[in-house]
Unconditional design. Structure first.
Length: 195
């Protein structure tokens, strides 16, 4: 099975007041931690979609040292999450499965990525659940790529999930810090205090 990853890193971090992708966790930025996990898994191709020059500069070494890591500039980040999805996915159309990552999930483990992709297939949508709540990263099979390419706005893949509930499988993740959503300085301080 050919696997692709899209790391979505075009958000505005409005609630944080600074680019949260550049916050540190274990000596690296959030975005470096996410890229490391994707490379460690061994995806056939990894696409980082960003509108931030600082992120491109930080991850320049990833591009140089890996023949399967590519940065795509999101020229229209104001169009919402769908723009990042489409910018990344258009580079991965030959894949059987695509996993979509947010750049701000530093607690995510390689084991969780393996568990999600271990259930993936062309006709499946695999969603992790953290304490009963849907989270990221989410894996979509190639049967859904055309619909993903038609998304508009900031809703992400929820529209497709709602239309294909019979194709969804959930993976329960026991550690809530893996899926912890860091949107504010208080969230960040809480996360750091728990590790």
């Amino acid at each position: 099975m050919k696997t692709g990853a899209v790391i979505m890193a075009s958000g505005f971090s409005r609630r944080m007041g600074e680019n949260k992708l550049l916050l540190k966790y274990k000596g690296k930025t959030f975005i470096e931690n996410t890229a490391d996990k994707a490379l460690e898994y061994g995806f056939d191709k990894i696409i980082l979609v960003t509108s931030h020059k600082e992120v491109e500069q930080i991850l320049g070494d990833f591009v140089k040292s890996s023949n399967n890591f590519m940065i795509v500039t999101n020229k229209n980040p104001a169009f919402g999450l769908s723009e990042s999805i489409k910018n990344g996915l258009k580079e991965l159309r030959e894949c059987d499965v695509c996993m979509f990552f947010t750049g701000d999930q530093p607690g995510l483990t390689l084991g969780t990525i393996k568990r999600i992709l271990g259930r993936a297939g062309k006709d499946k949508i695999i969603i992790p659940k953290y304490r009963g709540k849907n989270g990221m990263p989410t894996a979509f099979g190639s049967d859904f790529f055309d619909e993903l390419m038609k998304l508009e706005g900031d809703s992400g893949g929820k529209q497709i999930m709602n239309s294909h509930k019979e194709s969804i499988e959930y993976v329960e993740i026991n550690d809530p810090l893996e899926g912890f959503d860091i949107d504010t300085r208080e969230d960040y301080e809480y996360f750091i205090s728990k590790i």
